[in-house]
Design a protein around this ligand. Structure first.
Ligand SMILES: C[S@@+](CC[C@H](N)C(=O)[O-])C[C@H]1O[C@@H](n2cnc3c(N)ncnc32)[C@H](O)[C@@H]1O
Length: 375
């Protein structure tokens, strides 16, 4: 079966590596997605274990459609009753990039009509369309005249890990947080610090990576569980195997924030993630840090978009100043959507990775201060 895992821009390579580790075959990175082949077991594992996937879909039908009528007819002709029952609710997520079909929602509506009409013509009844939490979720993709219909096996975005009980302003998407930890190449053994940890997303994702803890909860539900071919035994086996692979977290993981509310948010989320003895969070202003151990730092400072700074250039310059004074020998990765401010750190990054934070262009830069180095 062909499988496509969707991701965020910049994580295609990391995701392809995760898929390979799970046993995927014929892996092809695409734009914000990775295509591969595998069986039901790999599909279930992909949902449960891929840290940088947002959704996992399985394409099942490709057609050429030149106009609305053809779209309706080709969708109508598909034996939908073999995929789901008239009692199941369904939804359609249309993604259209075409000169012929200019409005995604309209193409979605035509597709929905064709499916509903087929059921009504065959059974005298129609399935319910439910835009939220439908049992069967379809992905409709039209690129120019090429129509691809896929089943969404996830049913919700996989960034929803279930531990964010206490959100703060400007939290990072969990997939993004896991992705940057993986991109940094952290070995899971060096001390890990986020000195501006907000609600603790980077810390929690790092701890889960270090402990080989699945990114999803075992009680999470996915749309593939509503499919006619759902194999509950296989699913239980996958969960049991993943549990058996969890290992002790050997390293120290430390978080700080100057805001008491953020420290509380982190503690709540860490508790919810079951990591209360694995991550320590305290209130501290980054600029007053004097005794940080040698470590790997990954942090996401405010960047004046959602969290206002009095002087963002000065703030980033001060981060660089502190690094030069206090962080010799440590690697510091900064993820920020303020590209201009990143230039003011005053150190030459040893790596620059371009990413996006939602619609905002972002940089993930590595800075290293060696003994005796000035820049
Ligand atoms: C963009 S948010 C981090 C969000 C976090 N990555 C998350 O997922 O929730 C930036 C954080 O930096 C903190 N902060 C700002 N100035 C600080 C300083 N001088 N020292 C420590 N924390 C600071 C803010 O309180 C805020 O929580």
């Amino acid at each position: 079966m062909e499988i496509i895992a969707k991701t965020l821009q910049g994580f295609e390579g990391i995701l392809a590596g995760e898929i390979e580790a799970l046993g995927g075959k014929n892996i092809t990175p695409l734009k914000r997605a990775v295509k591969y082949e595998g069986d039901l077991e790999l599909l279930y594992k992909s949902n449960y274990l891929l840290r940088t996937a947002l959704r996992v879909i399985t394409p099942f039908r490709e057609e050429i459609v030149k106009n609305e009528l053809q779209l309706y007819k080709k969708v109508y002709d598909y034996p939908w009753e073999e995929l789901f029952s008239v009692k199941d609710s369904f939804s359609i997520n249309p993604i259209v990039n075409s000169e012929i079909f200019r409005h995604s929602q309209y193409a979605g509506l035509k597709t929905k009509d064709a499916i509903v009409d087929r059921f009504r013509d065959k059974f005298g009844r129609r399935p319910n369309v439910n835009p939220v939490n439908a049992l069967i979720q379809l992905d409709l993709h039209i690129r120019e005249d090429k129509l691809t219909l896929s089943l969404d096996s996830s049913g919700h975005s996989l960034h929803m890990r279930g531990y964010r009980m206490y959100p703060v302003e400007a939290p990072l998407n969990e997939v993004l947080a896991a992705g940057i930890v993986m991109l940094s190449g952290w070995n899971g053994t060096d001390t890990f610090v986020d000195p501006m940890c907000g609600s603790g997303t980077i810390l929690i994702e790092a701890a889960r990576i270090a402990g080989n803890i699945p990114p999803q909860r075992k009680d999470a539900s996915f749309c593939f569980q509503n499919w006619t071919n759902y194999d509950a035994k296989l699913w239980e086996k996958i969960i049991a195997e993943a549990d058996a692979n969890i290992k002790p977290i050997e390293c120290e993981i430390l978080g700080f924030d100057k805001s008491l509310q953020c420290v509380k948010a982190s503690e709540t989320n860490i508790l919810e993630a079951g990591l209360e003895n694995k991550i320590k969070v305290s209130r501290k202003d980054f600029f007053l840090q004097t005794d940080l151990p040698k470590c790997l730092i990954i942090t996401n400072p405010p960047y004046d978009e959602r969290l206002k700074l009095e002087d963002d250039m000065l703030f980033y310059k001060q981060i660089g100043d502190l690094m030069k004074k206090q962080l010799t020998g440590s690697a510091v990765w900064i993820f920020s959507g303020n590209m201009e401010a990143l230039k003011h750190v005053g150190l030459k990054p040893s790596k620059r990775i371009s990413l996006m934070n939602g619609p905002i262009e972002a940089g993930f830069y590595k800075f290293e201060v060696y003994e005796g180095s000035k820049r």
